[in-house]
Design a protein around this ligand. Sequence first.
Ligand SMILES: [Zn+2]
Ligand SMILES: [Zn+2]
Length: 268
Amino acid sequence: MRFSVLSSGSKANCTFVEAAGVRFLVDCGLSGKQAEARMAEVGVDPRTLSAILVTHEHADHIHGVATLSRRYGIPVYANVGTMERITKPRGREIFKTGSDFCVGKVDVTPFSIVHDAKDPVGFSIRAEGFKLVLVTDLGRVTTLVQEHTRGANAILLESNHDQEMLQSCSYSWDLKQRISSTHGHLCNEAAAQLLHEIMHPELFHIVLGHLSENSNTPGLALQATNRHLERCGDRATGLQTLLCGNVYESLPCLEIDGVSSRKAVVNL
Ligand SMILES: [Zn+2]
Ligand SMILES: [Zn+2]
């Protein structure tokens, strides 16, 4: 199983996943052209994609979904609330939030998250004995999120803002309220706390995602996470990668194979 965060941030989100011989995207907030370019960076031909899974209908997650779907004949997987906002995709595969579905031999659970969208979800993706969890755009960590992230071998987790930087940035009071509300976006501290809770020796890759460019920096997000991971002791021994996603370039493909855990390279 492997994945590459092609774009992550308030402007555009898109992740490539390959497992059990199936390739798909989760979200595509990039334009069709940009998504093709990012896929080329990691050596992926869009004609080999079998699906585009969508978390929720915000533009930074769906902007290029229908274009790619039509251009390459790729079916779109979403719940009813999200699907309503995707205009004329080539194929529609409706899933129910909370109910497992399959893409080839890959098992997927879309789980509910709190965010100001119709029916937003995170995805738990399982294949080849490994579990990858993608969860961004959540106002707070619920029990359900804790349950689904536990046991992950790799995770893309939102680390949207630094609370102090958010309060002092130039955003309007309304926007600050929206972001920091329970239906907004997850702050560095909350993300780091969740990672501390779920850390185990077989959590190999952590990608912090959906970083705000106005109320966060990769340095602050990594600092918060590192502070909490340092207290994990032996539970963090398997960690190979700690990276921040960004909207400018794709991250390298991270292999979830459990093999190279001793050659730990943690990007700080
Ligand atoms: Zn959103
Ligand atoms: Zn978003």
